[in-house]
Design a protein around this ligand. Structure first.
Ligand SMILES: Cc1cc2nc3c(=O)[nH]c(=O)nc-3n(C[C@H](O)[C@H](O)[C@H](O)COP(=O)(O)OP(=O)(O)OC[C@H]3O[C@@H](n4cnc5c(N)ncnc54)[C@H](O)[C@@H]3O)c2cc1C
Length: 361
C-alpha cells in the first residue's frame, strides 16, 4: 500500500496551481476524471485567458456566506502576488476594460501547459480517467480515496473538483457529497454568471448590444447595479451585467426579480426605436423594464454559486473537524463576478492550501 503525501482531487486551475507550488520532496498525485486538465480554464475569455482583475475587492466582488473569512484568505495571496508570479515566469499580460487582466499571447492553453509543466517539474503526477467517488478517513489518520476503478491512500487530501456548471465538460457535484459524508455545512450549488429568459419578448432586438445602467430588483429592493454591456438574445438578456445579476440572485427564483435597463440618448439605437414603435429619435432617455422568467440552463452557466461554507474551515482552508482535508476553488462557497474574479479565487485558494501543506510537513 503506497500512501502519498498529498492527493489532489481534480486537475482544474485550483488543483494545478496548488500542485505547482508543492515542493519536490512531497509525493503528490492528482486524480482527474476527464481526459484533459483544466477544461474550464481553456474557455476563459474565448481562449484568451482573463486570469484576474486589478479592481478586485474581496468584500464586494464575491457572493459568500462568510465575507470576513473570504477577505482574510485574499490577504494571503493577492492579485498583485499573482501578477508577480506571471512576471517572474515571463508570462506577458495586459489590462483591458474594468480591470480585466488578459494574457498577451491570447492563448490560455499555453498557460495551462505551463502549469502542467510546473506540476511535473515539482514531481507531481496526474492520473486521468480517475472518477473519484468517495473519501474515508481511517482511525490511523490517513485517507482512503475510492475512484470508479482504483483505490488510493493519502496523508493529506485537497478537494478541487469544482462545481457542476458546464456539465458537458465533465464537471460534477461530488464536492457536496464529500461535504455530506463529513457533515460539513454547504449551500447547494446554483447556476450563476448565466443569461436569463425574460417575461418581455425581446427577440426583435436579438443580436444587438447596448451599454446602459442595468439594475436588478428583488421585489422592490435594488440588489445589484452596474454600467456594462447588455446583450439581447432571442430568449432574453445576456452579457456581463446580466451574468453578475444572476450571481446576485443567490439561487432565489428568477420570477422574484425585475431588471431595469436605463439607456441614455446615445445608446438608443434605431433598432430599439423600431421596437418601441418610434420612427424618430425623440427620446432623451429610455428605461426598459422586464420581469425575469428563468435562468438559462446549467450547460450555459460559467460558474455555480454555493459550495462548502467557510465556517468549518481554518484560514488555511483545512476542514477543522477533518485535519488533513483541504478545500479549494469553486468547491468553496466563494463565487466571484465575471471578469477574472473566479480564477483569482482559484489561484488564491490553491496557493493558500499549498503553503499550509508545506507548513504541515
Ligand atoms: C465557459 C467558461 C468561461 C469562463 N471564463 C472565465 C474567465 O474568463 N475568468 C474567470 O475568472 N473565470 C472564468 N470561468 C470560471 C472558471 O473557469 C472556474 O471558476 C474555474 O475553472 C474553477 O476552477 P476549479 O479548479 O475550482 O474547478 P474546475 O475548473 O471545475 O476543475 C475541477 C476539475 O475536477 C475534475 N473533477 C470533477 N469531478 C471529479 C471527480 N469526481 N473525480 C475526479 N476529477 C473530478 C474536473 O474534470 C475538473 O478538471 C469560466 C468558466 C466557464 C465554464
Amino acid at each position: 500500500m503506497q500512501i502519498r503525501d498529498v492527493v489532489i482531487i481534480g486537475a482544474g486551475p485550483s488543483g494545478l496551481f496548488c500542485a505547482a507550488h508543492l515542493p519536490k520532496n512531497k509525493r503528490v498525485l492528482l486524480l482527474e476524471k476527464s481526459s484533459i486538465s483544466a477544461s474550464k480554464l481553456l474557455m476563459s475569455a474565448q481562449g484568451r485567458g482573463n486570469l484576474t482583475n486589478t479592481l478586485l475587492h474581496p468584500l464586494s466582488d464575491y457572493q459568500t456566506s462568510h465575507p470576513a473569512f473570504v477577505a482574510k484568505i485574499f490577504q494571503s495571496y493577492t492579485v498583485r502576488d499573482f501578477l508577480a508570479f506571471l512576471t517572474a515566469h515571463d508570462i506577458a499580460f495586459h489590462e483591458e476594460d474594468n480591470g480585466r487582466i488578459l494574457l498577451t499571447s491570447r492563448k490560455v492553453s499555453l498557460f495551462r501547459d505551463f502549469l502542467l509543466h510546473q506540476v511535473s517539474e515539482q514531481g507531481g503526477e496526474i492520473l486521468y480517467h480517475q472518477d473519484f467517488q468517495r473519501l474515508e478517513k481511517t482511525k490511523q489518520g490517513y485517507f482512503i480515496l475510492h475512484t470508479l476503478s482504483d483505490v488510493f491512500y493519502a496523508k493529506q487530501v485537497v478537494l478541487a473538483t469544482g462545481s457542476p456548471s458546464f456539465p458537458q465538460l465533465g464537471s460534477s457535484e461530488i464536492a457536496l457529497q464529500v461535504a455530506k459524508d463529513f457533515q460539513l455545512t454547504f449551500i447547494p450549488f446554483y447556476p450563476a454568471l448565466v443569461g436569463v429568459e425574460t417575461e418581455k419578448n425581446l427577440s426583435f432586438l436579438a443580436g444587438s448590444s447596448v451599454v446602459g445602467k442595468g439594475a436588478l430588483f428583488h421585489r422592490n429592493t435594488l440588489v445589484y447595479q452596474q454600467v456594462w454591456p447588455v446583450l439581447f438574445t432571442h430568449w432574453g438578456l445576456s452579457g456581463p451585467v446580466i451574468f453578475n445579476s444572476t450571481l446576485a440572485m443567490q439561487g432565489l427564483p428568477p420570477e422574484q426579480f425585475t431588471f431595469k435597463l436605463s439607456l441614455p440618448k446615445a445608446a438608443i439605437t434605431k433598432r430599439l426605436l423600431a421596437y418601441l414603435g418610434f420612427s424618430a429619435p425623440k427620446l432623451a432617455h429610455y428605461t426598459l423594464t422586464t420581469k425575469l422568467h428563468r435562468l438559462r440552463p446549467l450547460t450555459e452557466a460559467k460558474v455555480c454559486g454555493g459550495g462548502i461554507c467557510g465556517e468549518q474551515l481554518t484560514e488555511q482552508l483545512e476542514v477543522k473537524t477533518v485535519p488533513g482535508l483541504f478545500i479549494t476553488g469553486e468547491c468553496l462557497d466563494v463565487t466571484g463576478k465575471t471578469g477574472g474574479y473566479n480564477l483569482q479565487r482559484c489561484w488564491t485558494s490553491g496557493k493558500v492550501v499549498a503553503q499550509a501543506l508545506i507548513a504541515n510537513s
